[in-house]
Design a protein around this ligand. Structure first.
Ligand code: FES
Ligand SMILES: [Fe+2]
Length: 418
């Protein structure tokens, strides 16, 4: 009965132009979807999220165990931050493969001591800060023995005769300082005293630059790979050239609508002379371009201080506006080849600084995550094959070996004038 129906009208009859138009619509949809997802992620980050990411795995942490470049550095190690330690509180932290506790005394000073009680091995981080005879003490949570925070000496055993502790009982106390919201302890594998201290930033001391947040990344690599980022200028225009909007994954398939920005870098590195030979300086000039036009300029002077700290001062300008500030980088080698990298951001007092700080923290985290993808998966070569244009890497490796106790056997195949 339907034989009179002409089905001809529903037959597909696409021509080349139709297919082309559909393809354009699909590609445009895909790009737009990518942009919307990125905008949402950016909004979510700006509105709510802190950047705290752990890229480490137990397998990666173990992979170089027992090899001579896997030891811990000597120097001031940033183990925590001021905001995590209130007056009268105790914090358990790891540093260079050891457990320690940080104690904020009732007068606000910070002390650091071994985490485990010499009486019966309890972890002191659950202990209490109390005052005995006018001195701050840390009371162990297990049997209430109390240890003076200034020198670790046991001063009270509540159930002993006259409350008198056995002779000579004490907890090891670590040298500790607090600068610009970082809490540092001095680590030296042969017990040597500090010969230098972390540098202060005058603009932060004066209150001109104020704290605007932090990022935290946990990574697996040889410690040297992280500060080697400064002298390794060749990687900058490869790893860090794609638009920051493309994110922290080293993926060629960046959405073309997001990839309209491009970053161009020039860098130099130099170690400092005695008595500042525990420091080195990186200079970095960056330009963000859009369709070939220069938009944003970034000037960086980064002071590497010892093995695990960097004061990175920057000046950024765009459309006639300029802002200055600093990232302070602190790396805590919490275990062999496992490090916690913290960046704290300080900015000039400006109306827009709270808003800009979110983009600056995100931009820095994105660039760092590209490095992390390389670091987390690379091996450590004692004698990499360098060309003369990379002589700064060879100089850096010699500089960095001073922070390790044993001879790290940096194999020099380069001529002396490098
Ligand atoms: S284990 Fe600390 S008081 Fe006993
Ligand atoms: Fe890098």
């Amino acid at each position: 009965m339907f034989s009179h129906i002409d089905y001809h009208w529903i037959k597909p009859s696409f021509n080349f132009v139709d297919i082309f138009c559909i393809a354009i619509v699909l590609v445009a949809f895909r790009w737009t979807y990518g942009v919307l997802v990125s905008c949402y992620q950016l909004f979510r980050y700006i509105a709510f999220d802190d950047i705290v990411k752990d890229f480490s795995t137990p397998e990666r942490s173990e992979r170089w165990k027992g090899q001579d470049f896997g030891s811990f550095p000597n120097g001031w190690i940033p183990v925590s931050e001021s905001q995590f330690l209130e007056k009268g509180s105790v914090q358990n932290v790891q540093v260079c493969g050891q457990e320690i506790v940080l104690v904020r005394k009732l007068n606000g000073e910070v002390q650091a001591m071994d985490a485990y009680c010499p009486h019966y091995g309890a972890n002191m981080s659950k202990g209490k800060v109390i005052r005995i005879r006018g001195e701050d003490c840390l009371r162990c949570p297990f049997h209430d023995w109390s240890f003076r925070t200034d020198d670790g000496v046991c001063v009270d055993v509540p159930y002993a005769k006259n409350r008198k502790p056995p002779e000579g009982v004490k907890i090891r106390v670590w040298k500790c300082i607090e600068i610009h919201n970082f809490i540092y302890v001095w680590h030296h594998s042969r017990g040597k005293e500090p010969t230098w201290f972390p540098n202060r930033i005058p603009e932060i001391d004066s209150g001109d630059w104020v704290y605007h947040g932090r990022s935290e990344h946990t990574v697996n690599c040889v410690l040297e790979d992280i500060p080697a980022n400064g002298p390794d200028s060749a990687h900058l225009n490869i790893v860090h050239s794609r638009s920051v909007l493309c994110g922290g994954v080293l993926d060629e398939n960046c959405n073309p609508l997001l990839n309209i920005l491009h970053h161009r870098w020039e860098a130099a590195w130099e170690k400092c002379e005695p008595p500042m030979d525990h420091t080195a300086i990186s200079w970095l000039e960056g330009v963000t371009t859009c369709f070939g036009f220069d938009l944003v300029y970034l000037s960086i002077k980064a002071l590497q201080i010892g093995p695990t700290s960097v004061n990175l001062l920057f000046k950024s300008s765009a459309f006639g506006m300029e802002i200055k500030g600093a990232y302070i980088q602190g790396i805590n080698p919490i275990g062999l080849n496992k490090h916690k990298i913290v960046h704290q951001l300080y900015l000039q007092r400006r109306l827009l600084s709270p808003f800009m700080s979110r983009f600056l923290l995100l931009g820095e985290a994105v660039m760092l995550e590209r490095d992390i993808e390389i670091w987390n998966n690379k091996i450590y070569l004692k004698s990499p094959i360098l060309v003369k244009e990379e002589k700064q890497i060879a100089q850096f490796r010699r500089f960095f070996s001073q922070f390790f106790d044993h001879e790290r056997k940096v194999v020099d195949v380069r001529p002396d004038d490098w």
